[in-house]
Design a protein around this ligand. Sequence first.
Ligand code: KG4
Ligand code: ZN
Length: 356
Amino acid sequence: MRGEGLGEGDDLSKQAADIKILGIETSCDETAVAIVENGTHILSKIISSQVELHARYGGVVPEIASRHHLLLINNLIDDALSEAKLALKDLQAIAVTHGPGLVGALLIGVATAKALAYAVRLPLIAVNHLQAHLYANYLNGAPQIYPAVILIVSGGHTELLLKNNPGESISLGCTRDDAAGEVYDKVARVLELGYPGGPLIEKLARQGNPEAIEFPRSWLDSDSPYDFSFSGLKTAVINHLYHSCQRSEEINLPDLAASFQEALVEVLVEKTTKAAAVHQAKLVMLAGGVSSNSYLRERLHAKLAGKLPETVLHSPPPELCTDNAAMIAAAAYPRYLAGDFAPLNLNAHPGLGIGL
Ligand code: KG4
Ligand code: ZN
């Protein structure tokens, strides 16, 4: 339904400012709705996290996630509208995450967005969740300067991107196995810390010595300098625990957490800095749940300040790093301007790649 809800031949790029887009995010265990104006200004942002529901299982249970999205989504849309003091008629589009994520969870958001778009005759915009993480930066004033290098680190993805201009993103490298957040979660599970693992390990690591245990860093071949591999690090942590137990040695959990985090963060920081240097980046941006980690932020900041003092480092506030709907509405804005609308038979795509 390209252009449905808009007059034939409308030139969206010439429309007046103040485009208000309602975004819906249900790809995993956060039910989220937000309204964003012109891709940068948050009018309302509602998140209902299911973390406590899933914590007892040590990870997200897809069926429970879908059921809770279904229970919550309509009320959250009402809440987002009233927080923004708007009615549906004040909106210009409905945006929704259509992948990647859990299929049942995605379908709740997609079906809701389609029904809403149809009922109020608004254009529907399908948003790639991974691309949307990057747009969280523009919600807190990231400068539009290029070349920019972006590190996306989430529960399902680790990717280095290069942007030479607003319309272009080039993938420099990605993980070959586990994503950074996935490794945090898996290590937290073997340490019996709880879920999600990232914030728990970060907290524990603050009391530990990052040099206590020398865990491996996977730099990979010289022909893939920007790819990542973290499964070896995960195995090394598990082996360390196993051997310590076998020898009845006491395990210093803060030291273990700090040493694990050091190994992972060092690889992220080194590869991001190298990409920024090689591509003469004027800007480095962080995105995704793991980028809320203050140790990663501090280390990257220090490294860039020492090696590339002219390069600006920008990261979203922690609440915009993890899953939210404001980033979905922000990512939809350039699509709205381009008239890039989704049909009403839009489906969920659980395995969607970053698709650049
Ligand atoms: O981006 P996100 O909210 O969801 C996905 O799209 O995957 O990322 C969730 C991931 C989880 O693996 C979680 O453990 C990790 O981000 N995470 C963190 C921190 N906060 C969340 N990892 C390290 N340090 C944190 N402070
Ligand atoms: Zn995410």
